[in-house]
Design a protein around this ligand. Structure first.
Ligand code: PMP
Ligand code: GLN
Length: 383
């Protein structure tokens, strides 16, 4: 008899990033779908990895992360967000932000708890909530501003609300929260037991002089928040799968109970190398806003003669475009058509919504070298 499996995630298919990258590869399309940079990892960082591999740093790292790396994170965070965090009790190194999000949700969400998400929501959020027996309450943000309607958030809060998950700079919209949004959130959760998970993986990719309003800058919020970061985005190394979570000691203690049985620890030589590089080359992340703003500006300039309509991104390495002047197809069908017939792959935005808006939107990743962006734009201008 074949065993029957009752799916714990009956409504989940294969993630859109895998689907679109596979389609792009199959059709040799320019892949502006899944978000990953095609820039080289800094040479000094690669040299450090090589050195640590050869020096024999190849066994398990400490469960919470290498002390030198946690110290480097604490020092950087103090300089950036004017906050003192204890590397021993408030920082955990994880296998990417994805693991940190899963650990955070799993450590605090009980069956029947409600978790507020803002749509379009990154696709790993709801499955994590579902696996805990929680219920995702999804608040749709409307294009083109994707601004949060705080009255609606207030109305969504119930005695069962356990967690609110946010993401700024925001994937896929490219919008960013203001410090007033953070104040509004703080006002709503004050005098409640609601926790916050702040996904800040694009903390260094903001444009036009905008400042990242990290929850870590906000004492009231940081006292109840898991703040999640990704080395993959910051060091052009998404395939290394390294990230970290900053949270108060009591929350970190629960977080680590999960982390220790999900992965126990993450790659040792990579952690050594990042610890060295963070200390020796802070200019790397200091230059990221200008580095990515130049790409955004170039990509937007290249799209100018096209029939795609867009508001330039304020953060992340994604640009949304509205293709309604070109096609009536739904976004999934149009993304497939564009990949197969025109040779440029993008991500349809409706997949990140429970109730998608009427707008016809695609997401392009512009973390690509000049010639790739030029080749893609040449195609897009002809649509
Ligand atoms: N959150 C958001 C909003 C992301 O865009 C991503 C990756 N693109 C992640 C989390 C996951 O980060 P990581 O690759 O470090 O797991
Ligand atoms: N977060 C990346 C994106 O938004 C993809 C990550 C993944 O493929 N899992 O495109």
């Amino acid at each position: 008899m074949t065993p029957s499996i009752s799916s714990k995630l009956p409504n989940v298919g294969t993630t859109i990033f895998t689907v679109m990258s596979a389609l792009a590869n199959e059709h040799r399309a320019i892949n502006l779908s899944q978000g990953f940079p095609d820039f080289a990892v800094p040479k000094a960082l690669l040299d450090a990895v090589d050195r640590h591999l050869r020096e024999g740093h190849n066994q398990y790292a400490p469960m919470a992360g290498l002390p030198a790396l946690r110290q480097a994170i604490a020092d950087k965070t103090r300089g950036l967000y004017q906050v003192t965090i204890d590397p021993d009790t408030e920082i955990t190194v994880t296998s990417g932000a994805t693991e940190a999000i899963f650990d955070a949700v799993t450590s605090v969400v009980h069956p029947g708890d409600e978790v507020i998400l803002f749509d379009p929501a990154y696709d790993s959020y709801e499955p994590a909530v579902d696996l805990c027996g929680g219920r995702a309450i999804r608040i749709p943000l409307q294009p083109p501003s994707f601004a949060v309607d705080w009255d609606r958030v207030r109305d969504a809060i119930t005695p069962r609300t356990r967690l609110i998950m946010l993401n700024t700079p925001h994937n896929p919209s490219g919008t960013v929260w203001s410090s007033r949004d953070m104040d509004n959130l703080a006002g709503l959760v004050r005098d409640t037991g609601i926790l916050v998970l702040s996904d800040e993986v694009y903390e260094h990719i903001l444009f036009d002089g905008l400042e990242h309003p990290s929850v870590l800058r906000h004492p009231e919020l940081s006292a109840r928040s898991f703040a999640v970061f990704s080395f993959g985005k910051t060091y052009h190394a998404t395939g290394w799968k390294l990230g970290y979570c900053v949270a108060p000691p009591s929350m970190t203690a629960e977080f680590r109970k999960v982390h220790q049985y999900v992965t126990f620890c993450t790659s040792t030589p990579m952690q050594h190398a990042l610890a060295d590089f963070m200390v020796s080359a802070p200019e790397h992340w200091q230059r990221l806003p200008a580095f990515y703003q130049a790409r955004r500006d170039r990509f937007c300039a290249l799209l100018k003669g096209s029939r795609l309509r867009f508001v330039p991104s304020s953060g992340t390495y994604f640009q949304l475009v509205d293709y309604s002047a070109i096609s009536d197809l739904d976004d999934m069908s149009y993304a497939r058509k564009l990949t197969i017939e025109s040779g440029v792959a993008a991500i349809p935005v409706s997949v990140f919504y429970k109730e998608p808006p009427a707008a016809k939107l695609l997401r392009f990743c512009f973390a690509k070298d000049e010639s790739t962006l030029e080749r893609a734009a040449e195609v897009l201008r002809k649509l």
